[in-house]
Design a protein. Sequence first.
Length: 197
Amino acid sequence: MAIQKSLVLGMMSSACLLAACGGDTLDVPTPQIASMFTTSTDGWQGAHADYHAETAPTDVVWESRALPAPLSGQAYYTGGTNRSDDLFIYSKKKFSAYRPSTSYALRFEIEIASNQSSGCVGVGGAPGESVYVVAGAAPTEPKTIVTAGQYVLNLDRGNQATPGATSQVLGNVAYAVPDCGPHVYQTKLLKSTAPLK
């Protein structure tokens, strides 16, 4: 039996540029990029990877939705049935105003809403602690490609709780209610602990 691994993303998602590397001074402002998702998906597009044809999910969604009670407002919702026990659901957006051949130090912050308490057991892993939130950046567009019959991401984003060259694991979707307590939607803020170059 496959488990439903889903979460509501949104309310705020931002990547903060700390500094351009390679010099003591920076002659351009260091921007903060934010997506609030209060009225739309703000140009973010969804895709998914880490499955074979026979385990492809049929119900993956990326859309703007009203937050479930007891929360209020709009958010960016993404979710799907994890038939491969390793499904990677991702969203991407192209940002401009960066200089070519320049290194940047990035920090990420995202607020999620989740109904997964900690300490639960599920097929393929815990529905809270085993569902990771990953943030990343690359000069190449993230795309799902087929390699040896498996649908994978074209970038090194790592896997599960292990980061890759283009990503950071910010945390998981479990919130503080222990012992698989009541499944009530709560928000959780996830942040970078160090910059990503």
